[in-house]
Design a protein around this ligand. Structure first.
Ligand SMILES: O=C(O)CCC(=O)C(=O)O
Ligand SMILES: [Mn+2]
Length: 243
């Protein structure tokens, strides 16, 4: 690790693995800044732009329909239906390239994922608003494996109740960020808009969705516990969706 990198990110450590672990309360966050080489990252970006079936989702906020400010796609094992920001999406079957990326991160983080949400940020005006990946179908203490290709963007985190706790993380081309433990309970994250000229970026957040065993319960093969249905979506509950 270079001194520059270290001094730019004073809250990170674990020099032995040339990775960084965030030293903040209620968070377990590990960054692998260059898990994929620049050549691999460039090839993955080009292939994902070509092969993924990108969608422009829309969302209703206070009665008005808006385009979500990025393109999205959802892939995974059968039945890994997912509801986020009031949008319900059925998983498309894995593409070989997604399985390849998944295998790489499962190997380094020693855990398994069964689905992936892809976000395509066309330029600095695309973004994702403050949110936590705490949907009920992800179960308790979900692990979120986040891979980035293309333009680097700022990933901002803030604690839900302790306003002094904030963290900026630069997500570079080929990086892998793992959030786990209680992070999603206590922290929010966002990719803010930027006025700087920048190219496209694709982010993949791998997740483990619990599989439905009826209309009202989900079954997680790992945790082996049942939890209530999320089918009353955030919008139904009148909460502000993350756009
Ligand atoms: O683009 C990113 O780095 C974050 C995306 C994200 O937070 C999400 O898809 O839930
Ligand atoms: Mn997220």
């Amino acid at each position: 690790m270079t001194p520059d990198l270290f001094s730019a990110m004073p809250n990170w450590c674990d020099a032995a693995h040339a990775n960084f672990a965030m030293d903040r309360p209620d968070a377990e966050v590990i960054l692998y800044p260059r898990l994929f080489s620049p050549i691999e990252a460039r090839n993955f970006l080009a292939q994902l732009l070509r092969e993924v079936s990108w969608k422009q989702e829309q969302i209703k906020v206070y009665g008005k329909i808006h385009d979500v400010p990025r393109l999205t796609a959802w892939y995974g094992e059968p039945n890994t239906t997912y509801i986020y920001s009031g949008i319900k999406v059925e998983a498309s079957p894995w593409l070989p390239i997604l399985a390849e990326i998944k295998n790489r991160i499962e190997h380094v983080s020693n855990m398994t994922f069964n689905s992936v949400l892809l976000n395509r940020y066309r330029d600095g005006s695309d973004s994702v608003a403050w949110h936590a990946d705490d949907e009920v179908e992800l179960g308790q203490n979900p692990a979120i494996g986040s891979v980035s290709f293309g333009a680097q963007r700022n990933f901002q985190m803030k604690h839900k109740t302790d306003r002094r706790q904030k963290q900026n993380i630069l997500l570079e081309n080929g990086s892998y960020l793992l959030m786990k433990g209680t992070t999603q309970h206590h922290w929010l994250h966002q990719i803010p808009k930027s006025k700087r000229a920048m190219g496209e970026r694709i982010n993949l957040t791998f997740r483990k969705v619990m599989l439905p065993i009826s209309n009202h319960t989900f079954f997680n093969k790992t945790a082996a516990h049942k939890i209530p249905s999320p089918l009353a979506s955030k919008n139904d509950l009148g909460c502000c969706p993350a756009v």
